[in-house]
Every structure is written in C-alpha cells, then in structure tokens.
Design a protein around this ligand. Structure first.
Ligand code: 5AD
Ligand code: SF4
Length: 473
C-alpha cells in the first residue's frame, strides 16, 4: 500500500504519519551522504507569516532537518507576501539566486508558500518561468508540509497543493519559536472586510476564529515554556468570536488572557477602527498586562477616500476613537498604517491625512505608496495617481511622521519605564536591547542572562526612534 492509502484521514494524525515517514527518508539520505540535511524558512511580510514560518520550521525539525539561516540549505522555503507589488518582485528576484545554489547541490529542494501562492497568475508564472521550484502550497494548508516534502523526496516529482479555502483549523502541530520569551498567537485567520485596495481577503480567505479554549491552552503551554509576552494576531481582532459556538468578544478574550498566571505582557494586532468598541478600551485600561499601545490603521484621513477604500469609518469617527483612548488611557501610545496615492486622491484629500497625523501625533507610523493589486476593486478604478505625485506626497508624509515620532520619543527622555530585555545588541559589546510597552527599542548595559526578563530602565537619551538607557536597581 502507498503512503497515501496508509495515512490517516484526520488531522493532525495524518501529518504525524508523514512527519514519521519523512524522518525515515531523511535518515536514509543522511546515511548515504554522510551529513545532516539542513532547512531554511525565509519569511516575507507580516506577523501572520512570521507565525506560520514558526509552524513550518517546527514541522521540518520534527522530520529531522537541521535549521539554518543560510539559503544554501538542502530545503529552502519562501513564505511569501503579496500585499504590495514590491513584495512579489523581491521573491522573483531571489528565486533566481536560489536556482544557482540548487545547481551546485543535488540534494537541494525549493518550496514556496504563503499569500502569493493563492493567486493563479503567480502560480502559472512560477510553473512556467521558475520550473526548478519543487514544492508549492498556499495559506490554507501549511499543515500539509510534511506530506508534500515526502511526496517530492520519495517520488521525485513536483509537489503542489493549493487550496481555495480552509478546511477547519488544524490545532496541535509542532512549532519552533523564533524567540524563547515571546510569541505570536493566531486568534483569527482570514478577513471579511474587503478594503478595496487589499488582496488579503482573496489570499487568506474568509474570517475564522479559533476557540477561546484552544487559545488559552496554547498560551498556558507557552508560559510554562518560558514565554512572558504574547501578541494576539488577526487581520481584524475586533471581530474575534463571530461564528463560534461559545459567544465571546475580543475584549472578553483579552480579559481571559489577562488572568493567565505568569504572563507579563499582552499585545494584539490589528484592530479595525470601524468596530473598536468602548469595551475594548475599558478592557485595556482595566487589565494588568495588556500593553498601553494600540496600532490603529488610519489608511487615509479623507472621509471621501475612506469611503472609496470601503473602510466604513470617516475622519470624525477615527478622531473620536483616538480621543476616547487618550481620555481613558492617557499614556497609551498609538501607531498606524497610512497609504498615499489611492486612486482619486486629491491634494485636499492628502492634506486631510496630514491633518489627522498632526492631530493624533502617532508614536510611529508605517507609510505605504498605494500598490495596485490585480483582482481588487481599486485596481479597476479610474484616476490612478501618477508616480511623481505619489512620491511627492509620500516624502512629505514621511517627513511629518518622523518629526512627530522623534518629538514623541523625546517626551519620555529621563523617565524610568519597564523594559523587556530581548536580545544581545550585536553592534556594541556589552549592550542589550529591549522594548518599552509602546514597542520602542532601548539599548542598555547588560548580558544575555537578562533576556526574557523585565527591568526598570531609565531612558537617558532619545536618539530618533530608539533610546540609550540604564538599568535602575
Ligand atoms: N497598497 C499599499 N498598501 C497596502 N496595504 C494593504 N494593501 C495595500 C496596497 N494595495 C497596507 C495597509 C495595511 C498594511 C498591512 O499594508 O496600510 O494596513
Ligand atoms: Fe486588508 Fe482591510 Fe482586511 Fe486589513 S481589514 S486585511 S486592510 S481587507
């Protein structure tokens, strides 16, 4: 009987079967070539992808691969992003380099997964122009990686499996976390909002929430394993709980997570302004461990552009939410995402965005030039903005955002704040780097035994976006 007939039909048992089968295959190859087989997972894009990559690496390590940062590995997986066009181009450029490595290593295999794989024209392009790619799968079935690797190694054929939609949520797969002390936790997958510029709903599918029990259980296990900070992840965390058997809202989930013994910091990404409730603001204000930091994507300050973007809030509503946050949580930092050059954006519309930036005074902001994504409603809109106008607006916006961010950073100079020590600072000997509650970075003297612990740090000097600090006893 073939593997496919023998394998259990249910998950995660099916993948456990293929992981075991892969382990045998790998060990046979290793015996023949007299060395370990290595793997490298490269992540493009957002925190969701970063979390998916940890799962991919968990599966590969369980199969017996030794993980490495080098893309000269025996198995390289690109976990792709397609939110903007330059993300696609970066992947295509780097695939050519991988092919050169492959020509020198007969054991090398190349895999691609993630958001780009959910677009038919991209899969066609890869099949046609990048025939050396061995494994392809999408965002809905990352759990089948072991099965695809086994198929490719055993039958020496291309292993392609891309699903149009998810088939439930597979829990309890192996995970290899990048950081020992902090972790992302998926709470929802997919997005139902269909902002008119955005490809995500098409490549990540409809919104699904994980059960609160599975989330709490996962966090409890992580805490037992040394995690002190979690980031709850969803395209729109505010709609968490919709469609679940146990009725639960995002603020209620936050309150439950806040009770978990041993957890020190809770973050979340991303809340949509259209349904950011007073209850969420209360839940943050009343919690012990939720960081006083809200990432609240603005996208545009013009009500007209927001309407065309299908964001379902206007400038006044957004500013109203910010006012409420400031009243209820005065020390809350607010960060954002902004797009310039959306089709039809006039100079007046752009000035509305600048106005919001000046009024809110963001601690930091990710600024993007509008990128046309095939298949989205905005791609078909007339009045696409000429590149030189987009560049000019982008530069003006970036300057304003940076000036304000620098001034905001300066405001905390001299203060003593709790800092989670995260990494050794490789640029200067004897220095460690950590993060404030608002996610800003501070460097201070210390050693690696401090990683994963929270210290009171005096912010001695603000240097643009980061601080130099010193530990206070
Ligand atoms: N063009 C430019 N920026 C985009 N984003 C999403 N889609 C596009 C696009 N087509 C930005 C939004 C979102 C962030 C993750 O990426 O600002 O919040
Ligand atoms: Fe894209 Fe809008 Fe969904 Fe965010 S909320 S992923 S911007 S469609």
């Amino acid at each position: 009987m073939s593997n496919y007939e023998l394998a259990p039909k249910t998950e995660p048992q099916r993948q456990e079967f293929f992981i075991a089968r892969g382990k045998e295959l790998l060990s046979n190859i290793e015996k023949k070539i007299g060395r370990h087989l290595t793997c490298c997972v490269t992540t493009f894009g957002c925190q969701m992808n970063a979390r998916d990559s940890e799962k991919l690496l968990g599966i590969l390590e369980k199969m017996g691969y030794v993980s490495t940062e080098s893309e000269k590995a025996d198995l390289v997986i690109y976990n792709t992003c397609t939110v903007r066009e330059n993300a696609d181009n970066r992947v295509f450029g780097r695939l050519g380099i991988l092919n050169n490595y492959k020509k020198k290593n007969p054991h090398m295999r190349i895999g691609i997964c993630g958001c780009m794989m959910q677009e038919e024209h991209i899969v066609e392009k890869i099949n046609k122009s990048y025939p050396f790619v061995d494994i392809m799968f999408g965002t809905h079935n990352i759990h089948v990686l072991a099965e695809l690797v086994v198929k490719n190694l055993e039958e020496d054929v291309k292993a392609i499996d891309i699903w149009d939609e998810a088939d439930g949520i597979v829990e309890d797969l192996p995970v290899d976390r990048k950081y020992k002390f902090k972790s992302g936790i998926n709470i929802t997958f997919g997005c139902n909002n269909f902002c008119s510029y955005c490809i995500v709903p098409y490549v990540r599918g409809r919104e699904r929430s994980r059960s609160p029990k599975a989330i709490i259980r996962e966090i409890e296990k992580l805490v037992a394993d040394g995690v002190v900070e979690v980031m709850l992840l969803g395209q729109n965390v505010n709609s968490y709980g919709k469609g679940l058997e146990d009725e639960i809202t995002f603020p209620e989930l936050l309150r439950e997570v806040d009770k978990i013994e041993g957890l020190k910091r809770i973050r979340f990404m991303t809340p949509h302004p259209k349904d950011l409730s007073d209850d969420l603001i209360d839940a943050i204000a009343e919690s012990k461990h939720v960081c006083h930091h809200i990432h609240l994507p603005l996208q545009s300050g013009s009500s007209e552009i927001l309407r065309k973007m299908n964001r379902r809030y206007d400038k006044e509503k957004y500013l109203g939410i910010v006012k409420k946050i400031r009243e209820r949580i005065p020390d809350c930092s607010i960060t954002t995402d902004i797009i310039v050059g959306f089709p039809g954006e006039t100079e007046e519309d752009f000035l509305e965005t600048m106005d919001v930036v000046k009024r809110v005074r963001y601690d930091s902001a990710f600024t993007f030039q509008y990128s046309k994504r095939t298949g989205t409603p905005a791609a078909k809109m007339e009045e696409q903005i000429p590149q030189e106008v987009v560049t000019d607006r982008f530069d003006r916006l970036l300057k304003e955002v940076q000036t304000i961010a620098h001034a905001k950073t300066k405001e905390l100079e001299g203060k003593v704040v709790p800092v989670l020590c995260e990494t050794v600072n490789h640029e200067s000997e004897g220095l460690m780097s950590g993060r404030l509650e608002n996610n800003a970075v501070v460097h201070f003297k210390g050693d690696s035994s401090m990683i994963g612990k929270i210290f009171n740090v005096k912010l001695d000097e603000a240097n643009g976006f980061y601080y130099m600090g010193s530990i206070v006893e």
